[in-house]
Each structure stands twice: as structure tokens, then as C-alpha cells.
Design a binder for this molecule. Structure first.
Ligand code: MEV
Length: 442
């Protein structure tokens, strides 16, 4: 429904007035709707004030299920992974994959690197050689200027790792970059990186105006923007699972182990060759990754954007995971960039994010990278295994059936009837409604 007219000063309205405005604008029974929205406010006023502080124009809370997937054996230690996701069967699939690998060695991870990048993008009429030939002097000056901003991070073992000057002018007229590598320890580091980059930008502009280094006709540095890059291919974790092919069968599928191994590999190879399949395949990986990232108050948009760019690094978008069968060993693995934090930001403010991190034993950012990668691979394993054996709809629709039962508000007796009747039948909203109508409301 379109908005009736422009509203001025909405952000200054009280929260109550914002709710009322929405209810009046968009709903017939506005009083009821306002009350309905308010029912989702937290009764603990202090907690609700914290939630309201996360965003602007807040009128309520949007609730998603907070689930847990137990039995994840990661690097020899057992974990229960918190997951925030609305999609039926994702948590069940993760749990079953965890249990499957529990008796086959679990998930093994390696942190490959933890570097993040940011850039000062600027226009200039000069030559990159001038910057490169004088880089020691320029970098020393820039580092001096940001010393107070980086000292805390340095004490924690992080800070600025490297600065290089790059010439982008062949692609975008007159554009150059100061590319900065950062180590941000246990914080995701977006605020730290952006603050340091903006300080670099100001210091560099001043330097270009005030030293003889820059010839009089090349003192025209103009900063376009200073911003971290969410592409973090150097903040990378490797995760793998492996077992003898003949151990791949088991209680959760009937297909024989060798057939399963080869069909599974074929499915992964298809996702490495065909972008249409790769996107869906990787979406399955992110079902798990996003759920853990949301649960721990991390930025799932950043991780998704990066993961998809990484999947396309060869020039073609392909599967993030790969599968090998060699010398009778089935191996399923993935390298994935995950720029995560376990301190700062929402991680320490959102009450459920804090609980999620406590469940994980208040991990370091590196450990959270390990758990997240393991969950992504587990999710992928569960999805592909279903696809090549029973088909995805069996498990998925079982969960969906429960949602339809809830949606139709069926009694326990009706739900039992529906569950029995649809055990081996195709499930749809209308089929279930018709069945209930024909079999009478109880
Ligand atoms: C559904 O959310 C995810 C899957 O489509 C992933 C896949 O196809 O691999 C099942």
C-alpha cells in the first residue's frame, strides 16, 4: 500500500507515536494493530532500550527462532552451535550432519590468515612512482599521525600491517589508492579500520599540500572516500571432513556408501562447473554460516558479499566447497573468508548474541571462524547428501508440514490425523486444508 503523503520529522516522534502512525496509515483496526506491534516489545524496559539503540525509527522487534545444533566435533572438541534462522529443516540438517561426522573424526580446521584490507581512494594528477619511491617517508608520516588511534589495537597484537600505493588510473581516470592491511584481533574491526583510514586520508592530503615531495603542479590530491573492503580473501579458514569411503553409509541414509560417495562428488563437481547450481549450493552453505553469524551478532551481509565474491575469484562463480575421493578416502572441504568478531559491536550489546557467545565458550574471532566454517560445511554436506539420496523435499516438507499445521491452527487430534495421512504424500497448504475440511474439524 503506498504511503498517503510525505511525513516530516518522523524520526523525532516518540516510539509510541511512530507505532500509532504506522497503524493508522496501514491498518483498518489501527488500535488493535498498534497493540499487536507492542506485544512484541520486551517487558524488560532496559533491554528494550538497548534493542531500540541498534537502529533508527524502531517500532518493535522482529523475532526469529534461536536454535542450537549440538554434537559438533570441531578440532577434537565438542560444541553446540547456536543458530538464528527461520527456514524449516536447516537446524535439523546441521544437527544430523554433526552427528554423522561425530563418529568419523568430526571437522578439522586451519586458520590460513586473518588480514583485512581498507582503502583511501583519491584522485591525483601525479605519477605512482613518486609515491612508491618515497613510500618510507610517507608511510612513517601517516603512521605517526594515527599512532594514538592504533595504540590500543597494537597492545592487543593488532594494528596496521602494511601500506601500499596503487594506481587505478588506467581503469578510473586519475584514481589512486592507499591500500592498508590490518590485523584487528578479536574484533571485526570495521569501525577501527574506517577511523584509521579517514585519519590516513586527512594526513595524506595535508602532506601532499605541505611538502616539497609533491611538485607544485601535483598538489591536487583529493580524497574520494576512505572505507574498509568487505572482500577479505586474506581472512581465510580451511575446514575439512574425511573418512574411508566405506564408512560413508550409516544410520541416516540407505544408499550404499560407495554409490553415495561418487554421487556426492558428482554433485559437488557440478556446482564447481555450473554457476546456476553453484549459487544454490553456496546458498546452502550460507544457511549455516548466516545462522551462526546472526546468532553471534556479526554482520552477515559483509560475510555473504565476501563469500560470493570469493566464489567468483577465478572469473566464474563456482562452489565454495570441493570433494575428492582418493585411495579410498572421501574428503569434503572448503576454504572460506570469514571476517568475524567476538568483541565490540553488537556481539557485546545484543543480549542473545552474548548468550550465543557464552554457549560457544566466549571464543576468539579465530575460533568463531572455525565453528562457522564447520557449520557451513556441515550444512552443505547435509543438503547435498539429501539431494543425491532421498531428495530435498522429504526432510524439508516434514518441517514445512508442521508450519502449515501451526498456521491453520489445528487441534492436536487434527494435527495427528494430518501427520499420519501425509506421511507418504505430497504436502501442500491447500492439500492439507482440503483434507482437514473433508475430515471435519475436531
Ligand atoms: C535450501 O535452503 C538450500 C539447498 O537448496 C541447498 C542446495 O541445494 O545445496 C537445499
Amino acid at each position: 500500500m503506498p504511503q498517503n503523503s510525505v511525513i516530516e520529522g518522523f524520526s523525532k516522534f516518540s516510539k509510541q507515536d511512530k507505532v500509532q502512525w504506522i497503524a493508522d496509515q496501514y491498518f483498518q483496526s489501527s488500535k488493535d494493530k498498534a497493540e499487536e506491534i507492542q506485544r512484541y516489545w520486551l517487558t524488560d524496559h532496559e533491554q528494550q532500550t538497548i534493542m531500540d539503540g541498534f537502529s533508527e525509527n524502531v517500532i518493535g522487534n522482529h523475532i526469529l527462532p534461536f536454535s542450537v545444533a549440538p554434537n559438533f566435533l570441531i578440532d577434537g572438541v565438542l560444541h553446540t552451535l547456536p543458530m538464528v534462522i527461520e527456514e524449516s529443516s536447516v537446524v535439523a540438517a546441521a544437527s544430523s550432519a554433526a552427528k554423522f561426522w561425530l563418529t568419523r573424526g568430526g571437522f578439522k580446521t586451519t586458520i590460513i590468515s586473518t588480514t583485512k584490507l581498507g582503502h583511501v581512494h583519491f584522485t591525483w594528477s601525479g605519477n605512482i612512482l613518486l609515491l612508491q619511491e618515497n613510500q618510507t617517508f610517507i608511510i612513517d608520516h601517516l603512521m605517526e599521525e594515527v599512532a594514538p588511534l592504533v595504540s590500543n589495537m597494537q597492545k592487543r597484537g593488532g594494528g596496521v600491517k602494511e601500506i601500499v600505493f596503487k594506481d587505478l588510473s588506467k581503469k578510473v581516470d586519475s584514481v589512486f589508492q592507499i591500500e592498508v592491511s590490518f590485523e584487528t584481533c578479536d574484533s571485526m574491526g570495521a569501525n577501527f579500520i574506517n577511523t584509521v583510514l579517514e585519519a590516513f586520508a586527512a594526513a595524506f592530503t595535508n602532506l601532499s599540500n605541505s611538502t616539497d615531495l609533491f611538485p607544485a603542479d601535483h598538489r591536487d590530491v583529493e580524497v574520494v572516500m576512505s572505507i574498509l573492503s568487505n572482500y577479505t580473501p586474506e581472512c581465510l579458514v580451511h575446514v575439512e571432513t574425511a573418512c574411508p569411503v566405506d564408512q560413508l553409509g550409516g544410520p541416516i541414509n540407505d544408499t550404499d556408501a560407495i554409490t553415495l560417495a561418487h554421487k556426492f562428488k558428482k554433485a559437488v563437481d557440478i556446482a564447481r562447473a555450473d554457476t546456476y547450481r553453484a549459487v544454490t549450493h553456496n546458498k546452502g552453505i550460507f544457511n549455516g554460516i548466516d545462522a551462526l553469524i546472526l546468532a553471534t551478532g556479526n554482520d552477515f551481509r559483509a560475510v555473504e558479499a565476501c563469500g560470493h565474491a570469493f566464489a567468483a575469484k577465478s572469473g566464474q562463480y563456482i562452489s565454495l566447497s570441493s570433494c575428492e575421493i582418493e585411495d579410498g578416502i572421501f574428503q569434503f572441504s572448503m576454504d572460506i573468508p570469514l571476517a568475524l568478531g567476538t568483541v565490540g559491536g553488537l556481539t557485546s550489546l545484543h543480549p542473545m548474541a552474548k548468550i550465543a557467545l557464552e554457549i560457544l565458550g566466549n571464543p576468539s574471532a579465530c575460533d568463531l571462524m572455525r565453528y562457522t566454517a564447520a557449520l557451513g560445511l556441515a550444512q552443505n554436506f547435509a543438503a547435498v547428501k539429501s539431494l543425491v539420496t532421498t531428495g530435498i523435499q522429504k526432510g524439508h516438507m516434514r518441517m514445512h508440514l508442521q508450519n502449515i499445521i501451526n498456521h491453520l491452527g489445528l487441534s492436536k487430534a487434527e494435527a495427528d490425523l494430518v501427520n499420519t495421512h501425509f506421511r507418504d504424500k505430497a504436502i501442500s497448504h491447500s492439500a492439507i486444508r482440503t483434507f482437514v475440511e473433508e475430515n471435519g474439524k475436531k
